[in-house]
Every structure is written in C-alpha cells, then in structure tokens.
Design a protein around this ligand. Structure first.
Ligand code: DQA
Length: 147
C-alpha cells in the first residue's frame, strides 16, 4: 500500500512569496506543495496538501485524516503558539505528526519560541526554510518504515 502523507499549512502561509520574504523565503506555497508532491513521488508516497486560515478547518482536516493518512506534516502558523484545540486534534487521531516552521521560532520574538504542538509531534523542524518540509517528509518516512 502506498504511504499517504498529508501536508497542512495554517494561517497566512497562503501568503508565502509575498509575506516577509526575508523571513519566510521567496517560494510560494503552491511551489512548495508541488515540490513536496514530486519529492514524495520519488520516495513512493502520495502527498496531499491542505491550507486554511481557520482553526476549525484545520481540526476538521486532521479528523478527516483518521484511518486514511499515515503521517501528517504541519506548519500551524501562529496557531503553533496557542492552539490547544489543534494539539488535541492531533492527539485524538494518533497519526504521527512532524511540525515544521520556515523560520527559526527559537530566535525570534519570545512568544514564538513556545509551541503547544511540539509535545504531540514526533519532532519539530524549525529555521530551515522550505527545506524543512522535505526534512519533515524524510523524518516521517523513516519513522513509518521502522514501525
Ligand atoms: C511560522 C512561524 C510562526 O510563528 C508564524 O506565526 C507563522 C509561520 C514559520 O513557518 O516560521 O505564520 O510557523
């Protein structure tokens, strides 16, 4: 069976390419998604992509993944720092999750260094720009292949 990975990007990540390129890079979300899909394809897995600016829609996407998706890569945007609802959703579905941030959240404003998603994630990848998404896929596949 083909491994299925869901990429979730949260609020404001639809603005990549326009939003603070000096922090988040110049690639658009569509470019990152296309690159991750083809990277996944080379590794024999199917990557589907979802972006929303709404907390409830992100929670619904996590719930919908239950029983259908083998691993989730999530950049929850600012929800990272306070959404216990997204953290609970991840815990509810028991799907392995890797948290990604384009910027180094530990070397910016104080409020960004705390993640409520980290305790429910396999690992957190932060500060590697768009490369972080590929690293997250590698990490998930390594974990899933070990199982
Ligand atoms: C971000 C970091 C968050 O603090 C911020 O709110 C984002 C993007 C990142 O990818 O670096 O929207 O998750």
């Amino acid at each position: 069976m083909t491994t299925k990975i869901l990429l979730i990007n949260g609020p404001n990540l639809n603005m990549l390419g326009i939003r603070k390129p000096e922090i988040y890079g110049t690639a658009t979300l569509a470019e990152i998604e296309a690159e991750l899909i083809s990277y996944g394809d080379k590794k024999g897995c199917l990557v589907s992509c979802f972006q929303s600016n709404h907390e409830g829609a992100i929670i619904d996407a996590i719930h919908s993944a239950y029983g259908k998706i083998d691993g989730i890569i999530i950049n929850p945007g600012a929800y990272t720092h306070y959404s216990y609802a997204i953290s609970d959703a991840i815990e509810s579905v028991m799907i392995p999750v890797v948290e990604v941030h384009l910027s180094d959240i530990h070397n910016r404003e104080d409020f960004r260094s705390k993640s409520v998603i980290e305790p429910v994630s396999l690992c957190q990848i932060s500060g590697h720009g768009k490369e972080g998404y590929f690293m997250a896929l590698d990490c998930l596949l390594e974990y899933l292949n070990r199982k």
